[in-house]
Write a protein that binds this ligand. Sequence first.
Ligand code: HEC
Ligand code: HEC
Length: 355
Amino acid sequence: MKIFKFTAISCLLAFTVINGVMPAFTIAGGLIDMGYGSRGGSMVSGLKRSEEPIQPIPISFDDDRPKIELGKKLFFEPRLSKSGWISCNSCHNLSTGGADNLPSSIGHKWLFGPINSPTVLNAKFNLAQFWDGRAKDLKEQAKGPIANPMEMASNHELAVSILQSIPEYMGWFKEVYKDEKITIDNVADAITAFEETLTTPNSRFDLWLRGYDRISQSEQEGYDLFKAKGCINCHNGFGVGGNSFQKFGIAKPYDKDTQTLGRCNVTKNEKDKYVFKVPLLKNIELTAPYFHDASTWSLSEAVNIMAEYQLGVTLSRDETNKIVAFLKTLTGDQPSIIFPILPPSTANTQKPDRN
Ligand code: HEC
Ligand code: HEC
């Protein structure tokens, strides 16, 4: 098997193409997927357009493979849910941009959650997790859905006891954490290690930022409009968002959903009513419907809503089309994942309960 892998990266090496070849290797958990960071072969380093307010997604190096491999299994592990049917991947489907393309997710007993599921792709670039930022990081976030009655509906003791009933998991946790017992903290830690590999470098726009002319004239005009109209004030950085909390409805009150209070739930501060974490726009074309309330399936309409409610401007059709064209250049290489094979349950494994 020949898998290309970036072995080194240095901003000093302007426009150097770095290729390396690495074999797959095995650990106790089986074949390690060498594909996390490998995105198609070659990558350039050297920031030609480094003054831009958007940065290319860095190529990451997967340094702790046994932990990442364990985290990947857990991400796909439906037995972490009470029904034995729902995994993280059910709602953050890595085949569909790390989200579920539903207005709101379907959880335990077919319950519909109150809010649209954000993507897990590039989530490590968020200043906090969830729309209202109530989890400070990925590790704190990962414990939430397992015990959320509307999501996986399990509890941490049950989830841990299920993993402990499966000898393979006991072995992998022991190998990674040097501990005879499995803890929910280590479950979250391993899932986090896997999530941190879920980045999407090499979008056409990122390549443009690195000095390659990979975007068209109208896509570049879209980017110029994105800056000139003021979108860039909130959507910038590696993820084109994710680094601030902002009110939805600055120029005009957002009236389509007045029930979801956003950041105010966390801070209890009236001025944080309708304040949300600015979503990442990298891969945005993959993750319709849009907004926390999924009020539109159309990216053009989402752009127009932003212009109207955040900036108080009306875009011409041509301007909207160009901004949308620019947004579509933000889709990067999706993580290439070898589907994990999970170990069988034993006689001691708690049976699924769909009630
Ligand atoms: C039933 C569907 C469902 C399942 C299962 C689920 N999630 Fe989520 N996830 C959501 C929804 C909905 C949100 C947004 C909730 C909010 O902001 O209030 C979310 C938010 C997140 C976020 C925050 C992203 C951001 O931009 O703020 C991460 C990371 C995440 N989930 C990872 C996971 C992991 C890891 C698991 C498995 C342990 C998991 N999710 C299981 C639906 C789900
Ligand atoms: C003042 C800050 C701010 C400005 C300016 C702004 N946005 Fe946003 N943007 C947000 C916030 C906050 C959200 C999340 C709103 C919600 O769903 O609650 C968002 C959501 C979005 C979404 C939907 C993302 C998703 O995953 O659902 C798109 C697309 C978007 N913005 C594009 C734009 C464009 C294009 C512009 C310029 C016309 C723009 N934004 C201007 C803060 C801003």
